[in-house]
Design a binder for this molecule. Structure first.
Ligand code: FE
Length: 333
């Protein structure tokens, strides 16, 4: 009788355990959209047999949810865009430290957290874009040079409320200090053709419509337009190539502090940085791979290669508050 009782207890323990850690699944909370992640997860599952469950939502809402769920969270991985967001999540204690030789080999050191709490999975460059009808590339050089009088009433920018621009300004602060960066922001604002716009796509469209001649956007937004219209009259100029390089940011992910499927979570991150997955990411999202030697999508090869700024992208989070204060100070709305 007693043996039978022990037997039941043992079976109960095994069942309880499997509801917490399942050898064949991993759960992702993703601020990246379903159409970008699902094809990758499907491939991962067919190669490894590990099922990927996921929910998608806004980064802020997912952070709050994971924090509120605490130890009971189902999230093993949090995936989002912008190093500023990843840095914030790490500060809030959402991630745990992961050490993986594969991740360290595949992801350049400046595109991951020094403590292994998050890793870049794709690179997003934020260069200058220009009207191919009204601007010659030889007229362009650096972000700072957009403060020149010749650009008066010719610049379009996205709102400073978007983290992409906060991260860009954070990089400028790290590179040039607050005073010089303040001058750059002031110069941009003085040269604006129209009030700051709500999206990168609107900046690109305003340039093609003739409302302005230059802007600063993430390249994949232009890539999406060029995929449908190869003659679209806006192109990319890589700024700061003789200096510190173009501003680069990442999409990325980390393993949550209370992950029930940590091993599978690490396997998923490692797989996402493999050559096969990186090629897919570059192709589908029109972003740049983190893994060296991975080919770019043919849609964007005409922009050529670039030198990216190589500060650790954690600085984009570290200096975010300073960036917001500075943009407010110089009336960048
Ligand atoms: Fe975006």
């Amino acid at each position: 009788m007693r043996n039978l009782l022990y037997g039941f207890i043992l079976i109960a323990l095994v069942i309880t355990n499997t509801t917490f850690a399942n050898a064949s699944e991993v759960t992702v909370y993703s601020a990246r959209q379903e159409h970008l992640i699902k094809p990758l997860f499907d491939k991962f599952t067919s190669e490894t047999g590990i099922e990927v469950r996921y929910i998608t939502g806004k980064a802020g809402a997912l952070f709050q949810r994971i924090a509120a769920e605490g130890k009971n969270t189902k999230a093993d991985v949090l995936m989002t865009v912008d190093a500023g967001n990843l840095w914030n999540a790490a500060e809030k204690g959402i991630f745990q430290e992961v050490s993986s030789q594969k991740l360290n080999d595949n992801v350049p050191a400046n595109l991951r957290d020094a403590d292994g709490r998050w890793y870049g999975l794709s690179v997003r460059a934020r260069p200058i874009v220009y009207s191919t009808e009204r601007v010659k590339p030889s007229e362009l050089s650096t972000y700072a040079a957009l403060t020149d009088e010749k650009w008066k009433d010719r610049i379009c920018l996205r709102t400073s409320k978007k983290i992409y621009n906060q991260s860009l300004v954070a990089m400028l602060i790290k590179q040039n200090g607050k005073e010089k960066t303040g001058e750059i922001i002031k110069g941009w604002v003085d040269n604006l053709a129209v009030a700051p716009l709500s999206s990168d796509t609107k900046v690109i469209e305003a340039i093609s419509a003739g409302s302005c001649d230059v802007g600063i956007v993430n390249t994949y937004y232009l890539g999406r337009i060029l995929k449908k219209d190869t003659d679209f009259p806006v192109s990319v100029f890589w700024p700061n190539q003789d200096e510190d390089g173009v501003h680069v940011n990442i999409s990325g992910a980390g393993v949550t502090k209370y992950a029930k499927n940590k091993d599978n979570a690490v396997k998923l991150l490692e797989w996402l940085t493999s050559e096969k997955a990186q090629t897919d990411i570059a192709d589908n999202n029109l972003e740049y791979p983190v893994l060296k030697e991975t080919p770019y999508s043919s849609v964007i090869t005409k922009w050529g290669d670039f030198k990216g700024n190589d500060i650790n992208v954690a600085w984009l989070g570290e200096l975010q508050t300073e960036a917001i204060i500075l943009m407010n100070k110089y009336d960048y709305k």
